[in-house]
Design a protein around this ligand. Sequence first.
Ligand code: NAP
Length: 531
Amino acid sequence: MTSVTTITGQALINGNAVQGNGGSFQAFDPSLRQHIEPSFHMVDLEQINEACALAGAAFDTFRALADAKRADFLETIAAEIMALGDALIERAMAESGLPRVRLEGERGRTCNQLKLFADLLREGSWRDARIDTALPQRTPPRPDLRMRMIPVGPVAVFAASNFPLAFSVAGGDTASALAAGCPVVLKAHSAHPGTSELVARAIVKAVEQCGLPAGVFALLTGTGNGIGQTLVAHPAIQAVGFTGSRSGGTALMAVAAARPQPIPVYAEMSSINPVYLLPQALAARGDDIAQGFAGSLTMGVGQFCTNPGLVLGIDGPAFDRFAAVAAEALADVQGATMLTPGIAGSFQRGVASLAGQSCVTTLINSNDAQVQEAGKGAPALFKTQAAEFLARHALHEEVFGPASMLIACKDVAEMVAVTERLEGQLTATLQLDEGDFGAAEQLLPVLERKVGRILANGFPTGVEVSTAMVHGGPFPATADGRSTSVGTGAINRFLRPVCYQNLAQALLPESLRDGNPSGIWRRVDGALGKA
Ligand code: NAP
């Protein structure tokens, strides 16, 4: 029998390790710059179809499971991930180049995320149960109307490269889909296939332990666009969760929209996360903000979707000083290994393109030939005038890694004008003191239209997994700005409402029956309560 910590390079379909028939590839250690054993076998068309069909067949059983049982399942997954022990951390370190402390933290976040959804299921408000009792005497009479949310069906999840645990196989998308009652067919990211296999085995073990149909979860391995596109096109799949590039996300949106039955795609793609240095805060504590900014920009080699890629300030000595202090702090940061050669290459091309623009001043760029050849990324800080930024869309594009652009604005009105021109963002950060509230009031209405999370006097990296978190935002931050991919709100992406009109009590789901046998929060004739 294969141990759960043995990596075999196989896909997991129907609860079994399956040898892919679509060719093979190897994982890559970006620090040692060498391939790692074993070979991974890519799934073929038939295997993708089988995984999707099994997910479709498992859906009704899985969604009928009592909420408390689904909560137990999520907690069993967390326990099985922890049981993988150090083998998981070591493989993730080798495949991502990320340090142990980061990956141990990410494992904790992954398990806590699963437990948070388990708590949500036990508490029950996610059903959004509503009852409008019949008004037979009214003219016209009102029927008895009862509504609850149900899961949409099997979800295709694309694991992210930059969070090999927390946004990968058992990450936020998978946790929220399984919590909703949706089976998951997971496309592993080719950057960390061994890590993916280990976590997938933990999920499969939890499926077995909880006595669930094997189709509740499948792991598809492979590289190339064919696997993902076939998966999204499969009729059993009813929604998609994705984190990655804008080109990948939009390609999958096109596939989903072209299906005979189009389906929603929740893709998190590209964001440059503007930081606003409002005048009083800049004057009072510009040096501290510059130090904090340098730390946020270079954390994790800048490979966070919330990385601060844009800093807006008012032209003048205080902004010049901020630039000098930030550049000095960044000069102390060594180039470090990026997640994949592809990501490193794309970062270096982005930095070179910014450095090559005549309207852009390079304040620091530590990406010398040695850094580039080693597949690393080093800090780069640029500066331009707001008028130039407004005129050139190329300056607005995400450069994924530790690079940022300072924008010198004439005044707050020009900051507002730049903000109006920005595409949708995950976050915006206001560095402000009390004397800046007037400027903030000018920016806030525009920011509300542009971003998913507005934060004050902090930095955007570090996304709390909680009830009120929004990790979303208008396109291209995400494909659908009405959603979040972090926090308990993420479950809503995979739910839809069903209304039952005049159904007999015996036929109603328990959550909508008279007397509230499930004891959950419900809105009865408009009033929220548990009665
Ligand atoms: P990616 O290239 O978009 O890949 C993500 C996943 O989608 C992978 O499984 C990939 O398959 C698949 N895929 C990509 N393009 C596809 C297509 N056209 N059709 C079907 N499937 C497709 O993202 P990445 O590898 O993580 O990183 C590349 C770039 O994405 C980075 O340089 C960065 O710019 C951006 N990125 C952004 C964020 C963010 O949160 N904003 C996070 C990560 C990456 P394979 O496994 O075969 O590649």
